[in-house]
Design a binder for this molecule. Structure first.
Ligand SMILES: [Zn+2]
Length: 278
């Protein structure tokens, strides 16, 4: 692997699309390190490593726990009985999970959410966070939305995010963030924090990807709902993001571009970090 100077890594972090394949292969950790360390790599390199190992600096997200929920699962379509089983999400009964949408050319939402989630995890880990995903492959079934919430609760996550792409009418476009509402339930104590998390991620995603606010849902890309199990059952600050409309041709092209997905992941990491450090 080539070693890039810190200034180059920083530039990659800022303009991921300009870094081509290298950004895809190394952009996650490189961008994370560049932001995390602010460029002391040169000073570290000068230390005689053999005799005096350099002190490990605390990364900005050390001690923070983030749970990432890649929406749906690549194998869901194979087991409709398991997926359609109704589960209690407190305000109603909903299917355990769904297959999700896809672009017109067949790139699935499950594959998209799996890819962006792993890119995001890599960046957050490089910045010191402890990261847990709610599924460990994209060829399985589930877990149910109730379980996806429970994983964040059990991990006592400082922040949890569920990553999706929408499947709306083709003329609709733009992204939106979904936050919980009070339901006289377990999510109530974290509704305010979730709202703050949602706004931080909205701002960073808009800035980092250049994608517009949704033209068809919410106001300024913010939407509050009380019908999602993943939110209703969360006892930790949690949001969903619909990264765009996969049925819109222009946005589908972006979803299918690995470099753009890296840009999305970096933007999400920046939004999460802003929330976790404020
Ligand atoms: Zn979805």
């Amino acid at each position: 692997m080539r070693v890039f100077p810190a200034s180059v890594l920083a530039a990659c972090g800022l303009i991921v699309s300009a870094c081509g394949g290298a950004a895809t292969a190394t952009g996650g950790s490189a961008a994370g390190q560049a932001v995390a360390n602010g460029g002391p790599a040169a000073a570290k390199a000068a230390a005689p490593a053999a005799t005096t190992p350099p002190m490990k600096e605390a990364e900005p997200l050390t001690g923070k726990v983030v749970v990432i929920d890649p929406g749906h699962n690549g194998g869901n379509y194979r087991d409709p009985q398991a997926i359609n089983r109704k589960v209690n999400v407190l305000t109603q009964w909903k299917p355990c999970d769904t297959t999700g949408t896809s672009t017109n050319s067949g790139y699935s939402e499950a594959a998209f959410s799996w890819d962006v989630s792993n890119r995001l995890a890599k960046i957050l880990k490089a910045r010191g966070a402890t990261v847990k995903l709610t599924r460990n492959s994209n060829d399985g079934v589930g877990p149910c939305i109730t379980q996806r919430a429970a994983i964040g609760n059990k991990a006592k996550a400082d922040a949890a995010i569920s990553i999706h792409g929408d499947g709306a009418a083709p003329a609709n476009h733009g992204f939106h963030v979904i936050m919980p509402k009070k339901i006289n339930g377990p999510v109530d104590p974290v509704v305010a924090k979730s709202s703050r998390l949602g706004i931080d991620v909205r701002d960073a995603f808009h800035k980092g990807t250049g994608l517009p606010y949704s033209t068809y849902i919410g106001r300024d890309a913010l939407n509050y709902r009380n019908d999602l199990g993943g939110l209703n059952l969360s006892t930790v600050p949690k949001i969903f993001i619909e990264c765009g409309n996969m049925r819109n041709a222009a946005e589908a092209a972006k979803f299918q571009d690995p470099r753009f997905r890296q840009r999305m992941a970096l933007a999400l990491a920046n939004g999460l970090q802003h929330y976790l450090q404020s």
